[in-house]
Design a protein around this ligand. Structure first.
Ligand code: GLN
Length: 253
């Protein structure tokens, strides 16, 4: 009797293991791994909301989609404050940050960067009748910036915290410029162009404040993802995909 019970048990175990294996195998082929991208969608033409107000579009969204496609992953975009992005990628709340993000030595201490895919220039927006004509005129002026950006970091270092007013995004800084709360706004050139186009009476000074490289940020603990993303981005650079995406949003002057 004991032997018989043991045999039944053995048969039951083999059956359940087989069933288990079968049910595990089936969906594995269909379910794609998710790539969660963090961004701050107030930064045209790199990331901003489509007219429907729901879809995030732009250069970064399209490059990230092309990378995800190459890696056989699905892309999910999470919109958050610019200042929270690096913490989010460090904590694993997002896998990757694409946000017109400038490579800096300080940021390299907390995250790894992908290969660079674009150049950014910090420029100065002023009202048409401003007496500010170049970077040299910024001393003693009130400068509007997007909090946590390189524009914020450079201006705070150079002109002091008291002369820099931080805003949650570039559009709010530009609104403050229109209201006379700040004398100028220091921000990346491409969003600067769209803000100046959307607002009367403003211009961008010819003098460049800083020239920088944009790259994606990934957790230092996720070196495997960094290697895969870099390989994908190298292919997308070589076959012209990245150039084509940039050209779609930034018309040559
Ligand atoms: N390039 C700037 C930075 O990395 C601004 C980026 C942004 O505002 N999205 O700080």
């Amino acid at each position: 009797m004991k032997k018989f019970l043991a045999l039944i048990l053995a048969i039951l175990m083999v059956c359940s293991l087989a069933a288990c294996g079968a049910s595990n195998d089936a969906p594995a082929d269909e379910v794609k791994e998710e790539l969660i991208m963090g961004t701050n969608a107030t930064f045209p033409p790199y990331e901003y909301y489509d007219e429907d107000g729901e879809t995030i579009i732009g250069i970064d969204a399209e490059i990230a989609q092309a990378v995800a496609d190459k890696l056989g992953m699905t892309l999910t975009i999470k919109d958050m404050e610019f200042e929270s992005l690096l913490t989010a990628v460090q904590s694993g709340a997002v896998d990757i940050v694409f946000a017109g993000l400038t490579v800096t030595d300080e940021r390299k201490e907390s995250v790894d960067f992908s290969i660079t895919y674009a150049t950014g220039i910090q420029v100065i927006i002023v009202p048409n009748d401003s007496e500010i004509a170049s970077v040299d005129d910024l001393a003693g002026k009130t400068i509007g910036v997007q909090a946590g950006t390189t524009g914020d970091i450079y201006c705070t270092d150079e002109f002091g915290q008291d002369n820099v007013k931080q805003f949650a995004n570039g559009a709010l800084a530009v609104a403050a410029l229109q209201n006379g709360q700040v004398d100028c706004v220091v921000i990346d050139n491409e969003p600067a162009k769209s803000f100046v186009t959307a607002n009367d009476g403003l211009k961008i000074l010819d003098t460049e404040y800083a020239v920088e490289d944009y790259a994606a940020a990934i957790s230092k603990e996720n070196t495997e993802l960094t290697a895969k993303v870099n390989a994908a981005m190298e292919e997308l650079t070589a076959d012209g995909t990245i150039d084509a995406i940039i050209a779609k949003y930034i018309k040559a002057e």
